[in-house]
Ligand binder design. Sequence first.
Ligand code: ATP
Ligand code: MG
Length: 774
Amino acid sequence: MRDLLDGLNGPQRDAVTHEGQPLLIVAGAGSGKTKVLTSRIAYLLAARHVHPGEIIAITFTNKAAGEMKERVAKLVGNRARLMWVSTFHSACVRILRNEHDHAGLKSTFSIYDADDSRRLMQLVARELDLDPKRYPARGLATQVSNLKNELIDPEKFAGTAKGPAERALAEAYTLYQQRLTEAHALDFDDLIMRVVHLLQSHPEVAESYRRRFRHVLVDEYQDTNHAQYMLVKELVGDTGELCVVGDADQSIYAFRGATIRNILEFERDYSNARTILLEQNYRSTQTILSAANSVIGRNTERKPKRLWSDQGEGEQIVGYVADTEHAEADWVAREIDRLSDNEGVRPADVAVFYRTNAQSRVFEEMFIRFGLPYKVVGGVRFYERKEVRDALAYLRAVANEDDTVSVRRVLNTPRRGIGDRAEACIEALASRDRISFGAALRRASEAPGISTRAVNAINEFVALLDDLRTLATTAMPEEVLEAALDRSGYLAEIEESTDPQEAGRVENLQELVSVAREYTERAEATIAVAAEQGDATVAPPPSVAGFLEQVSLVADADQIPSDDPDHTGVVTLMTLHTAKGLEFPVVFLTGLEDSVFPHQRAMSDRKELEEERRLAYVGITRARQRLYISRAVTRSAWGAPSYNPPSRFLEELPPELVRWERTDAAYTSWSGRAGVGGRSSGATQSRTSSFVGNTPKAAQLAAKLGLDPSKLSTASELQREVPNFAVGDRVNHQRYGLGRVLAVEGAGPRAQAQIDFGDQVVWLVLRHAAIEKL
Ligand code: ATP
Ligand code: MG
């Protein structure tokens, strides 16, 4: 047990061993807040003999939750599964599934994510005949979300709405909510609001959760919104032990209603609270820390604090001014290359941050050219791909017939002769008879004006869904998914297509089936543990609904590759928002230009500028050893070049901390190549746009090369086998497929070849390319 405290500093120990009144730990980045939370949980289990089932820990991302579980599993083994470690949203889904009766929900309710909500709002706005220019669905959806985060329901808002805009919003909110209810669906914000209302209106339910969760722990407390704040308050009651950690300087979700008020006023809200400050940073060098302190020091609305590190000064920050965004990406790629050649830095040690998702594309193109393995977190996310959404919509339609958005999504996907007209007839029937769209489908022949052909097609569709429902009562989610893709003809349609993009779609669907299988395996393992512990309530059996629930709650950060020490891994590309809570030995902070970062929107508003500055603080403090900063003199925006001045945050860095590698703008050597690899949309869309060796293609290639696929870990193993190339050679590339060499340049480690892969022509550095000569 002593080991649990070993290596912690004084205040960290105090935080870990503290008993009783509410505890707030406020501290700057990298001071071990998350570590304290994890250690505290371990301490509760080991020293205070708390049962894992009595603990609920809230983290901001699923990734952090996973790490916490893993760490605790190391300490207490399988029993860790009985603890609730999750995001706010996941915790609320679990509570609502358990208490659906009290919450007035069907047990099979659907969860609508942001995209579904927007679609529904679109239908609602059309139905209300709202002018889409004045009231775009996206804007309405955001405003409704804000209201829910403030726990304001439609009735309450309608009661206070003033002026035409608010009244239109009130109408939209009311109808939107009504449609959600009819569809037995909840949107993301509902999840939290419903639980708060449930706990407030059913004291006996609240009491049962308070009895169960003796310990409530919350990470990244600065990013909680009002609804989440109330949820914590309800769960803790008068008896629970509460421990929250946060850093007001890292609050970056004000646009989602997060309020640092929650942290600033913790002591007032919990009158007997104890606060512990942590001041030693264990993550970064003093140089990185001083840079971060200097930037955040410009914010006026904050309590000053000074973080220190005993890791030494470390390397200077390296800066670069590129002519274009392509040149910037080129510099980043070259530097990563250099670090891995000369300094033993692995790709997995490196992260490249940017302000908005769209900025990833240029980096992706360049990394592919360089053969650098990488992964984009966020962006066109796996779960946002059309085919993945279609497949999930099938499952959701199976799980919940009244889920109108999903049923309508797959009604004519693939095409089965149910056109817009037929859909409108069904919609009319549904609204006339006040039944759901799904229920109306069953009575298609009664729909006025519908054609016999459409009725037949609809009957087949209904029969298909019913078959799948029957299957779902006995089969595992992955089997239901496969059956849905197969029996609907959806997979066949994609497979038969000659569009090269479709190949990736099939792979994505395969990946989704694997996700389902993993879910099932995990659920079964949890049941086994729960049975051993004699606590069956915590482990629901695997089901389609359970799988969907997990999927709808996956946040961006889930795509971050896990750290495998034998793997050199991949470079991580991500937005600054996604980077919260993470750390990397090497960080590139790119696009430091006014109106890129800080974002255009924030430039004229002091409050928003302060939020951007906090984002810069988050970015800088992710770096452990080396920080690189860069900007481009011109960058194309909406297809036209724009010239942005240097980011104001650059001036806020102490000049002596930065060594500028290139400050002028006379960069030309790149220009000859800027356009290659033109059609790289496939790369931008692929989920794991990397050369990690565990893909089917890599395995095939390995087999051809006579390597043992099970031993294949990275592209580097393939490279060693690569022979010299000559113009005209036919080649096979792990990612691009078959191609022909058009030109070769350079020699030895610098050799590059221009290769025609049919749908695109690409320059590759041969040393890095996962390629074979045929
Ligand atoms: P952020 O604000 O970015 O979320 P944090 O305060 O949660 O940061 P952690 O991620 O918990 O900080 O810790 C930062 C790093 O410092 C981690 O690598 C962690 O393992 C390490 N660390 C924390 N405390 C100690 C300690 N007492 N001794 C050694 N290393 C520590
Ligand atoms: Mg943390």
